[in-house]
Design a protein around this ligand. Structure first.
Ligand code: 6AU
Length: 260
C-alpha cells in the first residue's frame, strides 16, 4: 500500500520496532508531528526550551556534543521534562564508525536518549553493534540517514537504496529513515523524518548549504511523517508561540494529505 495514505495509528500495525509504535501513538495523541532541533549550546537554555516547547512536539532532538556542561544532573532533568510533556529524546549523533566503536558510543548515549541517528556508511556492523549492545532495550529506536538536506551532499541514489535495504534487515531496531522524498522507501512501518523546513518567506537556505522547504511541501508532496525544525523556532523571540504555529501548519498539512 501507499504509506502516505495511512493514519499514524494505522501505521502501528506495520512496525516491529516498539519505540516506533510508541512514537506513532504519541503523535496521534498529541496531534503533533513536529520535532524540535534544539541546537543550543547553553544547558539552561536547552532545559528552558524543553519545558516551553515540550507541549507542542513529539521529539526533542539534540546534539549533545555542542552543549556546554551537559552532565548527569541535566540529563536527568531533561528525562523528567520529557516524561512530563510526553515527548521522546533524540540524540542526533549520526554515528558512522565501525561496529565496536559505535557500541561504545551507544553505551553512553542510551543512558539518556530513546532515539538515535546513524549513517549506514560502515555497513551492517553498526546496526548489529547497537542491537547487540548490553544497553539496548525495546524503548530505543534508530533512525538511519538515507538522504541529507544539504546542497551538493555526496549521497548517491545507489547509496540511498542500499541504506534502506540494510534498514529493512533490522525491523526491531529501526524506527525510521531520515530522508527528503516519498520515493525513498515504501515500508509503512518506518517513520519518515525530514529536516530542512522554515515557514519564513524568502528563507530557502542558510550560507552553509542547508536547504529549506515549506511544511506543505515536505508533508504533502514528500510524505514526511515527522518534520525537524531548528533555527526557525529556536531563534524566534518566543519559541513556544512559533512552535505552536509550526505544529498547526504541519498537522494541517498531514490532514490535507490524508484527504487528498
Ligand atoms: O532547521 P535547522 O536548519 O536549524 O536544523 C536542522 C536540524 C539540524 C541538523 O543536524 C538536522 O536537522 N539535519 C538532519 C538530521 C535530523 O539528521 C539531517 C539532514 O539531512 N539535515 C539536517 O539539517 O539539527
Amino acid at each position: 500500500g501507499n504509506r502516505s495514505k495511512l493514519f499514524y495509528e494505522q501505521r502501528i500495525l506495520y512496525t516491529k520496532c516498539i519505540a516506533a509504535s510508541k512514537l506513532f501513538s504519541l503523535i496521534s495523541e498529541k496531534k503533533t508531528n513536529l520535532c524540535l532541533a534544539a541546537d543550543v549550546t547553553n544547558v539552561e537554555k536547552l532545559l528552558k526550551l524543553a519545558n516551553e516547547v515540550g507541549p507542542h512536539i513529539c521529539i526533542f532532538k539534540i546534539h549533545a556534543d555542542i552543549i556546554d556542561d551537559f552532565a548527569e544532573k541535566e540529563k536527568e532533568e531533561l528525562k523528567n521534562i520529557a516524561q512530563r510533556h510526553n515527548f521522546m529524546i533524540m540524540e542526533d549523533r549520526k554515528l558512522a564508525d565501525i561496529g565496536n566503536t559505535v557500541q561504545l558510543q551507544f553505551n553512553q548515549i542510551s543512558k539518556w536518549a530513546n532515539l538515535i541517528t546513524v549513517h549506514a556508511i560502515s555497513g551492517f556492523g553498526i546496526l548489529e553493534a547497537i542491537q547487540n549492545s548490553m544497553n539496548f532495550n525495546e524503548n530505543i529506536g534508530v533512525f538511519v540517514i538515507a538522504e541529507l538536506s544539504s546542497q551538493n551532499n555526496l549521497i548517491t541514489p545507489d547509496y540511498t537504496k542500499k541504506t534502506v535495504h540494510l534498514a529493512e534487515k533490522y525491523p526491531k531496531l529501526i524506527a525510521g529513515i531520515v530522508c527528503q522524498f516519498s520515493s525513498t522507501f515504501s515500508n509503512p512501518g518506518f517513520i519518515q523524518m525530514t529536516p530542512g523546513v522554515n515557514i519564513e518567506e524568502n528563507v530557502t537556505n542558510d550560507n552553509l548549504g542547508q536547504q529549506y522547504n515549506s511544511p506543505e511541501t515536505v508533508v504533502m508532496d514528500r510524505s514526511a511523517d515527522i518534520v525537524v525544525v531548528g533555527r526557525g523556532i529556536i531563534n524566534a523571540p518566543d519559541p513556544s508561540q512559533i512552535a505552536l504555529e509550526y505544529k498547526k501548519k504541519l498537522w494541517n498539512a498531514y490532514l490535507k494529505r490524508m484527504k487528498k
